[in-house]
Design a protein around this ligand. Sequence first.
Ligand SMILES: [Fe+2]
Length: 211
Amino acid sequence: MTAPKSVTAYSGLDVLTHSLEALVSKGANTITDALAEKGIDVITHDLVDCYKHGDDVEKRQTVHEISCGAGMAFTNAGLGFCHAMAHQLGANFHVPHGLACAMLLPHVVAYNAKHSDLALHKYAAAIRKAGLASHGLSDRLTIQRLLSRIRQMMIQMDCPQTLRAFGVDVKDAEAKTQVVIDDAKLDATFPGNPVIPTDDDLKAIYRKVIR
Ligand SMILES: [Fe+2]
């Protein structure tokens, strides 16, 4: 509770990433789905309050519990290429892990929803259960609600959304493109993704995170 506020923001957004990646990963099952869906619900509703009011013990406890729950989900179901790329942003530019995940997360969710019908439906069902979209809304518009919510949370918690905003030199980031892509593909979390992106897909997402 006395840690810097950024620790709450970044580690909480990491929990959201664990939830969204575990939900659609290849190893997902009904038990990990339940934990992942609860993670999406709790983090999208309570994390910003924990950030703004660090002494709110009740919300802190709820977020702390689901941090463990989402951990149980992903250690059983696996993750995906958001984590595979986030690890490279940490290794090359020292971006804190949860922040690196959060920078990539909207792009990876949009990519998975576009390329995997199962991912699209599972994200949409979870977002509706969390009350972020009405049941009459199409799956694709429902995903947009989540992407807006992630970006809104990052603004509310003072999170830079690109490497440039974090302070990384754009030229340095561009020069590392190939090593980021190559190492992301070797990351243990990469094969869990519901669809395997091409190098060009990875480059396009990396480019969006640079500036
Ligand atoms: Fe993580």
